[in-house]
Design a protein. Structure first.
Length: 235
């Protein structure tokens, strides 16, 4: 009898072991794989930017603040209006020449600085082309998508900041502009961002949105010596 009981017990033990291993393997296979994409990027000056993935693209969630090209050479800072107006090489400034404005809104750059071969973006990143901006528009539903891109509330946007939900996580901020004549305008009211795509010898494509509309304007080109915000996109 003892021998017969032993013969019956061994198959049961083996079946139990097989079931345990099968369950363990299934549990392991169901464990989610962590997303390896970093959530921040650091520029050459040590500024750290939060990032967000929107569709297949990964964007900075903040406007660029860097003051050096990728190789460590400084980007000229130009405060004088007439000097700014005559530039055909890269330069940046703080809105109204007030550095505290750049803490929230980032620096303003002319197009020549973003087109410089020394690169304004961190390694592994670049200034978006017009086509990449358009891909962002299309993914979110077309040109009336500023509400999905703008930071909510009126801490940094003027009231009423129409429709802002920031559901994309892009967190657009209105850094204003420096015009071709060197004057400043529109901080808190308008955000302007460069693309790297040239339209003509003196103009390039850009994007804009404002506090009182859900339109993310895409059919504008701007003088290359204007000062706009910059958002970078991952290579």
């Amino acid at each position: 009898m003892k021998k017969k009981n032993s013969i019956l017990i061994y198959p049961l033990l083996i079946m139990g072991l097989v079931l345990f291993l099968t369950y363990s393997c299934k549990k392991k296979d169901n464990t989610p794989t962590p997303d390896p994409t970093p959530t921040t990027v650091t520029d050459i000056d040590g500024n750290v930017y939060n990032t967000v993935k929107i569709g297949t693209q990964t964007w900075m969630k903040e406007n660029l603040k860097v003051t050096h090209y990728r190789n460590g050479i400084g980007i000229p800072v130009v405060t004088d209006g007439p000097t700014w107006a005559g530039l055909s090489t890269g330069a940046y400034c703080d809105y109204n020449n007030t550095p505290s404005n750049s803490i929230i809104y980032g620096k303003l750059y002319n197009w020549y600085s973003i087109n410089d071969s020394r690169n304004i973006a961190p390694i592994g990143w670049h200034v978006p082309t017009d086509a990449e901006w358009t891909a962002l528009d299309n993914y979110l539903g077309g040109t009336s998508v500023a509400d999905k891109l703008k930071e909510t509330g009126t801490s940094h946007w003027s009231s009423p900041n129409t429709g802002a939900t920031n559901e994309s996580g892009f967190t657009a901020l209105p850094g204003g502009t420096r015009h071709s004549d060197g004057t400043f305008n529109d901080i808190r009211d308008y955000g302007h961002w460069w693309s790297s795509t040239e339209y003509g010898p003196s103009v390039a494509w850009g994007r804009e949105m404002n506090y009182n509309s859900s339109i993310f304007s895409s059919n504008f080109y701007y003088s290359k010596d204007a000062g706009f915000s910059v958002r970078c996109i991952k290579d």
